[in-house]
Design a protein around this ligand. Structure first.
Ligand SMILES: CC(C)(COP(=O)(O)OP(=O)(O)OC[C@H]1O[C@@H](n2cnc3c(N)ncnc32)[C@H](O)[C@@H]1OP(=O)(O)O)[C@@H](O)C(=O)NCCC(=O)NCCS
Length: 179
C-alpha cells in the first residue's frame, strides 16, 4: 500500500531523478507520447526544473506557485506524483493546472485515481480553488480516460498542435469544477 504525501523542497532532487526516469519512457513502445517532447529530449528541461523547485516555496495564488504530492511505496521509493500550479495569466488565481504520472511498474492499480482525489481535496479545501485545468496529448488514451472517469470534461482540442519526431499530435484541454 502506498502513502501520499506533499513533497518538501528538501526532497526535490530525489523527485527530479524520479521525474527524469519517468520521462525517459516518453515516446517509447508500450507507453507512447505523454509529454510534448522528442524521444531524444526526454529530460525535464533545466530552466523548468529551477522554476518547479522555486514554486514549492511560493504562496498559493502568487505568480509561479506549485505544489507536488508523491505516492511512496513501502521502501520509500516514488510510485507516482501529481502537481498543481498557477496559471501564467493574471486574474486566474482561482484556477490551477494539473500534471501527473505513475511509475511504469505501478500502473492500472488505481494509483492515478487516488492521486487525483488527494490533490483535488487539497485544492478545494485548503487552497479554496474553483477549477482544475489540464492539457493532454490527444493520443494519450490512458490519461484521458482517467481524467474523464474522475469528473474532468473536455473543453477543446487544438488539431495538430505539435510536430514531434515526424508525427503530428493534437492537444486536448480538460477542466473540472470543484464543488
Ligand atoms: C495516465 C496514468 C497516470 C494513469 O495512472 P494509473 O495509476 O494507471 O491510473 P488508474 O490505475 O487509476 O487507472 C488507469 C487504468 O487502470 C484501470 N484500473 C484501475 N484500478 C484497477 C485495478 N485495481 N485493477 C485493474 N485495473 C485497474 C482503470 O480502469 C484504468 O483503465 P482504462 O484507462 O483502460 O479505463 C499512467 O498511465 C501514466 O503515468 N502514464 C504516463 C504519464 C502520463 O500519461 N501522464 C499524464 C500526462 S497528461
Amino acid at each position: 500500500m502506498t502513502s501520499i504525501e506533499q513533497l518538501t523542497p528538501a526532497d526535490f532532487d530525489h523527485f527530479l531523478a524520479y521525474l527524469n526516469d519517468h520521462l525517459s519512457d516518453n515516446g517509447r513502445d508500450g507507453t507512447g507520447y505523454f509529454q510534448p517532447l522528442s524521444r531524444d529530449d526526454a529530460r525535464f528541461p533545466a530552466d523548468k526544473a529551477d522554476a518547479f523547485r522555486a514554486g514549492l516555496r511560493i504562496d498559493v495564488g502568487a505568480p509561479g506557485w506549485r505544489r507536488v504530492w508523491v505516492a511512496r511505496d513501502a521502501a520509500g521509493g516514488i510510485a507516482g506524483h501529481i502537481d498543481l500550479r498557477g496559471h501564467a495569466e493574471r486574474y486566474a488565481a482561482h484556477r490551477c493546472l494539473l500534471g501527473m504520472g505513475v511509475d511504469r511498474g505501478q500502473r492500472k492499480a488505481g494509483l492515478g485515481g487516488r492521486l487525483i482525489a488527494h490533490a483535488q481535496s487539497w485544492a478545494r479545501e485548503s487552497a479554496r480553488l474553483e477549477w482544475i485545468d489540464l492539457q493532454v496529448l490527444s493520443s494519450n488514451a490512458a490519461a484521458i480516460n482517467l481524467y474523464l472517469r474522475n469528473g474532468f470534461q473536455k473543453t477543446g482540442e487544438v488539431d495538430g498542435m505539435f510536430h514531434i519526431d515526424g508525427q503530428r499530435f493534437s492537444y486536448t484541454g480538460m477542466s473540472k469544477r470543484l464543488g
